[in-house]
Write a protein that binds this ligand. Structure first.
Ligand code: BCO
Length: 300
């Protein structure tokens, strides 16, 4: 009895560590055959996910389908997975801003895709696919910010919660509209929302399908700040400036910092402490550490 308890605990911890290292949350043992749902998603084309990376290690990921308020078509869901893989391998990366094209964030799934994939199996598999991708996005070793301009609705609201921080422009809103269409969040957004603002507040936002304006988002600690600008260029510049406060320094140190925070957030204490030790070992004696020691820094 006791042995099987410890074996189970060990297995759970191992699974968590594997998940944290980029292995998918779902696989065929959960009835999830990724290639099958990918083939179906390929049939719903339109829009794109664009990624630009600057020389300072900041990436900007743009959800681009303005005709449908940046709703995700099937091919956009596939492209998001590709971009997340690219970001996982970006050695120089430090920060990421996610935004929508033409000054509005994202209206979730393209409702045409939702209708076409209406069987329970297809609906659940699509959600597993995008939830895997958003879990990997959340675990990127980059400090991520959702720049919420205009509307973040349904899956778009869920996408904001996969980032470390949310910055909102004046007049923008986050709204989990799922109840209005007879659903609950399926992209992992409910789980992340509970972690962000607590179960009581999450239940109110979800069951009331409430519009969350920037002031309310800040008071709920769902958003960090309300940016001064509501125009596309100004707000992007302001989001970059905000992010730059946290991304100064070498990429390997920023990435390690994000990794220790992910471990603290996701693992049980013992496993998190072990993970922190391993990550510490990757920066101890590294170039940034050696150089800093040589300069005998004082932190006044
Ligand atoms: C598990 C989660 C899965 C999901 O995400 S389910 C999808 C949840 N999202 C929705 O239900 C959003 C539905 N759309 C809306 O409520 C409104 O369009 C929205 C986003 C508040 C914007 O309102 P407005 O600013 O007044 O703009 P609008 O309604 O005139 O929209 C412009 C055109 O975009 C279209 N659109 C917006 N969101 C869409 C979507 N998700 N799928 C498909 N088409 C969508 C909208 O129908 C309209 O097109 P059209 O001009 O009528 O041809």
């Amino acid at each position: 009895m006791a042995v099987s308890f410890w074996n189970n605990l060990l297995q759970i911890t191992k699974n968590r560590v594997l998940q944290q290292r980029g292995v998918s949350l779902y696989n065929y043992t959960h009835g999830f055959e990724e290639h099958v749902i990918k083939k179906k998603l390929e049939q719903f084309a339109g829009g794109s996910i664009n990624l630009s990376k600057d020389g300072n290690g900041i990436g900007v990921l743009t959800v681009n389908n303005p005709r449908l308020m940046n709703a995700f078509t099937g091919t956009m869901m596939l492209e998001l997975q590709e971009k997340v893989t690219e970001l996982e391998n970006w050695k120089e990366g430090k920060g990421l801003i996610i935004r929508g094209a033409e000054n509005t964030f994202c209206s979730g799934s393209d409702l045409n895709v939702v209708k076409a994939l209406s069987s329970m199996q297809d609906g659940v598999n699509t959600c597993m696919f995008i939830r895997n991708t958003l879990t990997r996005l959340m675990r990127l070793p980059l400090i991520s910010v959702a720049l919420v301009q205009g509307k973040a609705v349904g899956g778009g609201a869920e996408l904001t919660t996969a980032c470390d921080f949310r910055l909102m422009t004046p007049g923008s809103e986050i709204r989990f509209v799922h109840k209005e269409i007879g659903l609950v969040p399926g992209w992992g957004g409910a789980t992340r929302l509970v972690q962000l603002i607590g179960s009581g507040n999450a239940l109110k936002l979800l069951s009331g399908a409430l519009k969350v304006d920037p002031e309310r988002a800040v008071s709920l600690r769902l958003a960090e700040e309300i940016l001064p600008s509501s125009d596309e260029t100004g707000s992007l510049e302001e989001a970059c400036t905000w992010l730059n406060q946290y991304t100064k320094g070498p990429a390997e140190v920023i990435q390690a910092m994000k990794k220790v925070v992910i471990a603290g957030r996701e693992l049980h204490l013992e496993a998190a402490l072990r993970e922190e030790k391993d990550i510490f070992g990757t920066v101890w004696g590294g170039p940034a550490h050696v150089q800093a020691l040589a300069q005998r820094p004082k932190h006044k």
